[in-house]
Design a protein around this ligand. Sequence first.
Ligand SMILES: O=c1ccn([C@@H]2O[C@H](COP(=O)(O)OP(=O)(O)O[C@H]3OC[C@@H](O)[C@H](O)[C@H]3O)[C@@H](O)[C@H]2O)c(=O)[nH]1
Length: 296
Amino acid sequence: MKQLHRQSSLSKQHRPHHRTRSLASYLVREHRLLFVLLGFLLASSFFLVYPSLAPHPSSLSSSAYAATTSSAAIVTRNPRVFSTTANNVATARRLPVGVRKKPLRVVVTGGAGFVGSHLVDKLLARGDSVIVVDNFFTGRKENLAHHLTNPRFELIRHDVVEPILLEVDQIYHLACPASPVHYKFNPIKTIKTNVMGTLNMLGLAKRVGARFLLTSTSEVYGDPLEHPQKESYWGHVNPIGVRSCYDEGKRTAETLTMDYHRGAGVEVKLLLLDRGVSLTTVYLAGNLSSSYVAQI
Ligand SMILES: O=c1ccn([C@@H]2O[C@H](COP(=O)(O)OP(=O)(O)O[C@H]3OC[C@@H](O)[C@H](O)[C@H]3O)[C@@H](O)[C@H]2O)c(=O)[nH]1
């Protein structure tokens, strides 16, 4: 009985070893191991190579990114912010083969305006769902008329100085009177739009975890003493002039944006539109809209 027991325990001790040996001989037979290794190699190299075959714009390095934007006559600021977010996104967006990118829900404030309506065209064309929030101060419904029957498009008449709650992934905050005649028309309203409107949209970004882009302006440099203005240049500004509602409003909007980034972890982008260059020319060159969409 003892012997039997010892025998059975012995055979138990030997079984795993025997199993390993038979597995090994199975793999070695007919070059099976080689095929298994080849399979692993093929699969992993495909996963590694695939993202580089079709790079997402957001995975651009900060320098490549700056190059794209400057060629489109847009001035970008704070490369540090870009590189932080771009790196995170590049890692997060690496999708396995066959898995399609989820369409994004995007809100564009000031989307009925000149820049905004072109941006909406691009966003819809890339497959996103777009909500435009605009009070039609200078924007026109006709700019968006061709999208009104699109189920992925919504238009809301709303003033950004009032809070709004929307479930979105990205916020492009453009709402602001942009030309001197419009922003000087009611300067108090202009600065209110820049400060309260930006606060409301940043608050929304924080609440729903959306990424945020602010369109700023080269006017934040005031009457610059340096040409062209570099990232390190802070401007030569007038806080009390008749244009200050716009210039200082946008400066404050930039400050708020960076404070929400540092203090609340909101992923942000600042985009300076250079009004010295004809935006129409840039549009016609086909540059602005594509790099613009690439911002977030
Ligand atoms: O209080 C306001 C003011 C303006 N708006 C909207 O904001 C949009 C502004 O578009 P405009 O065509 O006047 O101007 P642009 O498209 O050239 O401005 C763009 O470039 C310059 C940036 O400073 C602006 O923030 C950006 O919108 C309009 O649709 C206007 O109705 C609001 O929704 N709320």
